[in-house]
Design a binder for this molecule. Structure first.
Ligand code: GLN
Length: 385
């Protein structure tokens, strides 16, 4: 076996969902909505399945979806992408894999910012790259010029940015984006932007894509996900956007990974992306209400909750809650003693540098959230202090 896979276990999300299935615990771990998904999008996919072709679509994606992505980003983010600059993938994880495989040569260094999504590090290694880790700390998880600069060497080729950031629920500020753009331009780096949470943002906050900053248009790969935008995580429809020379390299990697993505799902996503602004506003309002419900409930139960400006996640700070357990122990105990699954945030750090933060997923029904809150409140009472 390749050493990268030999040394790793199963992804934390799969592991925790398996525990939830086995034990019947309430699953506030892996990020997926409990509701079935927007019926008009599901119906569009069902219609396309019977009324349209089910043979290979073009390798880079249905032209209609590539155009829909470009139009969508023009309308929502003021970008000037052409359909040729959009490549449809089987989920954002495939887009990240294709990008890293296409752009890394053996020995190239890649700046990764942790907390990091658990796929990044093994994908960089498997592509022959060397990760240079930048560590962000709770509660602000702020990116500074110093930490970015320290991670860059003459061998650095790429920087991977996840904004909005899972699990922190933060959105990179204009100042942080300027720091990153400046570093990319001065050191001639390509930025790989995992923006799957771009639409799941709250409280009138704004997501600014790095590709829109001066000097970044030609050196950024922007990655998006229909699973997150339309609450259908099992669909695995994503895309990567980049200027033509980069897009061509990405397409070459993509053609021998998955080659194409189910065409009926691509049709449905193309329809969905054209929805009115009010559709996206309603989606956000819905998740924001769920966030508020879980945040208020767990706060009242004695957990110190960190702010969440985006994503489907909100975290509790165990130390600030007066709980003297590390995150892994806490998560093990709440499964057994409370029947609730959560995610220890240390699993988003290569060396578990941060061990006192626990991530809860709030894209669930009120009944599920209420039951989770009640169980965690009872558990909190059993702990002294
Ligand atoms: N993005 C999801 C999360 O953070 C997990 C996705 C997966 O399990 N592959 O929970």
């Amino acid at each position: 076996m390749n050493p990268t896979y030999a040394k790793m276990g199963t992804t934390i999300f799969e592991k925790m969902s398996a525990i939830a299935r086995e034990t019947g615990a309430i699953n506030l771990g892996q990020g997926f909505p409990e509701h079935p998904g927007p019926s008009e999008i599901l119906n569009a996919a069902a219609r396309a399945l019977t009324e349209r072709s089910n043979q290979y679509p073009p390798m880079a994606g249905l032209p209609e979806l590539r155009r829909a992505v470009a139009d969508h980003y023009r309308r929502h983010q003021g970008l000037d992408l052409t359909p040729d600059e959009v490549i449809v993938t089987s989920g954002a994880t495939e887009a990240i894999a294709a990008t890293l495989l296409a752009l890394i040569s053996t020995g190239d260094e890649v700046v990764l910012i942790q907390p990091l999504y658990d796929a990044y590090l093994p994908l960089v290694e498997r592509a022959g790259g060397i990760a240079r880790l930048v560590t962000l700390e709770p509660p602000h998880w702020r990116i500074t010029a110093e930490v970015i600069e320290q991670a860059i060497t003459p061998k650095t080729r790429l920087l991977l940015l996840n904004s909005p950031l899972n699990p922190a629920g933060t959105i990179a500020s204009a100042e942080e984006l300027a720091i990153i753009a400046d570093a990319c331009i001065r050191h001639d780096l390509i930025a790989v932007c995992d923006e799957v949470w771009e639409h799941v943002i709250f409280d009138d906050s704004r997501h600014i894509p790095l590709i829109s900053l001066p000097g970044m248009r030609e050196r950024t790969v922007k990655i998006g996900s229909a699973g997150k935008i339309f609450s259908v995580t099992g669909w695995k429809v994503g895309w990567m956007c980049a200027a033509p020379p980069l897009a061509m390299a990405l397409a070459r990697a993509h053609q021998f990974l998955t080659f194409t993505t189910p065409p009926n799902l691509q049709w449905a996503v193309a329809e969905g992306l054209a929805k009115d602004d009010s559709w996206f506003a309603a989606m956000r309002a819905d998740y924001q209400r769920s966030r508020n419900l879980l945040s208020a409930g767990l706060s009242a139960a004695g957990y110190a909750m960190l702010p969440s400006a985006a994503t489907w996640f909100i975290s509790a700070d165990l130390t600030a809650s007066g709980i003297a357990l590390d995150d892994v122990t806490f998560c093990e105990r709440i499964v057994r003693e409370a029947g609730v699954v959560a995610i220890p945030v240390s699993s988003f750090y290569a060396e578990q540098q941060v061990r006192t933060i626990v991530r809860f997923c709030f894209c669930k029904s009120d009944a599920t959230l209420d039951a989770g809150i009640e169980r965690l409140a009872r558990f909190r009472e059993t702990l002294s202090g």
